[in-house]
Ligand binder design. Structure first.
Ligand code: FES
Ligand SMILES: [Fe+2]
Length: 421
């Protein structure tokens, strides 16, 4: 028997009075000036997830991450003692980008015992120490000890590697994540390591795209043709497409009700899905993961479909009932463009049938994401016309309302600090 706790008294939005219920401006998504402030106030001060520990499988493994929004590139490495560290990707001699492969603007990854600059051959140990200067005696009072790589604050939570570009972050990573997100601790991420990745340059502000992913109000319209008729009743609980919403500090989450595609009438399921026993919700035959933390379903919805955690500013982690998860990253490249990255994670397939089921889920998921992506370019275009400047958001759009409020709060806070108030 399905169980969905009734919404809190009043509406979801009114339960968080600081959000207000009035119309919302999207000036923060079309203004180049606001974007410049956001780069300083948000992306150079918040903890940013740059990848997972599986990308650093052994001592000496490294990957680089272009952070155009923060005007830098970083290199993340597991040093010879096994510690995960991050450095600005710049050589201390004359500023060359230290780690890159064929194209200087593209990310790379690999494994090494030390970093060697391609320009004049200076070398750095993986803990950042400068270990070798070519023709050192020709330099003037040069002390290698003063010329190590510039470190970036780096910490790991549940296998997610975070960096913080602030000289002195005002919160530890755990404090920053807060109780709602850290309640996910214990989810078996380490068992779910088969990865499918795709990325797209999206012609919209990063928040405009994030908005379409953090509300389900659009789903019956945008994804109408992908949703079997039988989805309609169970997807509507208490009048909402998603029956639980929660906010904690700058972070937010929602849960949708579960759908059991294998229980649908035969004429409402695609032959390919039936054949491969897989589709948008994942492989129908879920892996055995044991008990998962209650924190991934704080609303206690049963059956649960997805739980999406949007971790400020630009990381989404979405858990699926069928024992897999995916992440979203939104990396701004200008006020109206961004790089969208999506990584899907499954328990590694043990046979061809499981592998094909994963592929089926991945391509179906991508189809949904592209439907959102295509739509959003149109929204950005007309927001930029400024013909309309304030927009009514419904109760199901509470997470959108929250995102724009948090962006404004961080920018205001930064401006106040800069003004010395
Ligand atoms: S710039 Fe790196 S060795 Fe000269
Ligand atoms: Fe969507």
């Amino acid at each position: 028997m399905a169980r969905f706790p009734k919404p809190l008294e009043g509406s979801w939005t009114e339960h968080y009075p600081e959000l207000g219920t009035g119309p919302v401006s999207y000036e923060d998504s079309i203004s180049p000036e606001f974007y410049e402030l956001e780069r300083e106030a948000v992306f150079k001060r918040a903890w940013l997830n740059v990848g997972r520990v599986e990308r650093l499988p052994r001592n000496g493994s490294y990957f680089t991450k272009e952070l155009a929004v923060a005007d830098t590139s970083i290199v993340v490495v597991r040093d010879m003692q096994g510690h995960v560290r991050a450095f600005h990707n710049i050589c201390r001699h004359r500023g060359n980008k230290l780690v890159w492969n064929d194209f200087p603007r593209e990310d790379t990854s690999g494994s090494c015992r030390q970093f060697v600059c391609k320009y004049h051959g200076w070398k750095y140990d993986l803990d950042g120490t400068c270990s070798f200067v070519q023709q050192e005696s020709e330099f003037f009072d040069l002390d290698k000890a003063d010329h190590g790589l510039v470190p970036v604050h780096c910490d790991v939570w549940s296998g997610f590697i975070f960096v913080n570009l602030d000289a002195t972050p005002h919160q530890s990573l755990t404090e920053f994540l807060g109780p709602m997100v850290t309640a996910i601790d214990g989810y078996p991420f380490h068992q779910i390591t088969e990865r499918y990745a795709f990325r797209a340059i999206v012609p919209s502000n990063w928040k405009v795209f994030l908005d379409v992913l953090q509300e389900q109000y659009h789903a019956p319209v945008v994804h109408r043709n992908q949703r079997p008729k039988a989805f309609e009743a169970p997807m509507q609980v208490w009048g909402f497409e998603a029956p639980h919403y929660q906010l904690d500090g700058p972070h937010r989450m929602l849960t949708t009700p579960g759908i059991r595609p294998w229980e649908l009438p035969a004429d409402q399921i695609k032959p390919s899905e039936k054949l491969l026993r897989s589709g948008l919700f994942g492989a129908w035959d879920a892996p055995e993961l044991g008990a998962v933390p209650a924190g991934i379903n704080p609303g206690g919805c049963d059956p649960v479909g997805i739980s999406l955690f949007e971790i400020w500013p630009n990381l989404g982690i979405q858990f699926w009932e069928r024992g897999w998860y995916h992440t979203y990253h939104h990396w701004p490249t200008s006020h109206n463009t961004h790089l969208f990255e999506c990584n899907l994670y499954y328990v590694p397939a043990k046979n061809a049938r499981e592998r094909v089921a994963h592929e089926m889920a991945a391509v179906t998921f991508k189809e949904f994401a592209l439907q959102d992506d295509n739509l959003i370019a149109a929204a950005q275009m007309m927001l930029e016309s400024r013909v309309v400047t304030s927009f009514p958001l419904g109760d199901q759009e509470i997470l959108c309302r929250h995102l724009h409020k948090v962006a404004a709060d961080w920018v205001n806070d930064y401006q106040r600090q800069r003004a010395g108030v």
